[in-house]
Write a protein that binds this ligand. Structure first.
Ligand code: SF4
Length: 115
């Protein structure tokens, strides 16, 4: 597997949104703010196993240049998306971002924003 450079790795601003459960429904990506990877710390918004995440957590996927260009589940605020967009290399369809909390938390939807 190809290792990304340190500067590429440091692009991530650790917002943690890609660590949350999400589903794409039509033109909307719904992020469940109550449900996230077991290694994500919601207090710090950081991955607790960042350097080993790809070996330990099978569901975790490295954000590559290809992902930054085409993955529509990444929010517009994602640093990789912004980097791709700055180079006119963002080709994913525009999607509205919606934040929700799963029923188990007892909360209703939080908010939404346009991506
Ligand atoms: S959404 Fe982008 S900036 Fe935020 S944690 Fe994921 S890869 Fe990093």
């Amino acid at each position: 597997m190809r290792k990304e450079s340190t500067s590429w790795e440091n692009t991530c601003n650790r917002c943690g949104l890609c660590c949350h459960e999400k589903v794409i429904v039509g033109n909307t990506v719904v992020y469940d703010l109550s449900s996230y990877c077991q290694y994500y710390d919601p207090k710090t918004h950081q991955c607790t196993i960042y350097l080993e995440r790809l070996e330990i957590e099978q569901r975790c996927k490295r954000v590559t240049r290809f992902t930054a260009m085409f993955a529509s589940y990444l929010p517009d605020t994602c640093a990789y998306v912004q980097k791709a967009r700055a180079k006119h290399l963002r080709f994913a369809p525009k999607r509205t971002i919606h934040f929700a909390r799963s029923a188990l938390s007892g909360d209703d939807d939080d908010s939404s924003l346009s991506n």
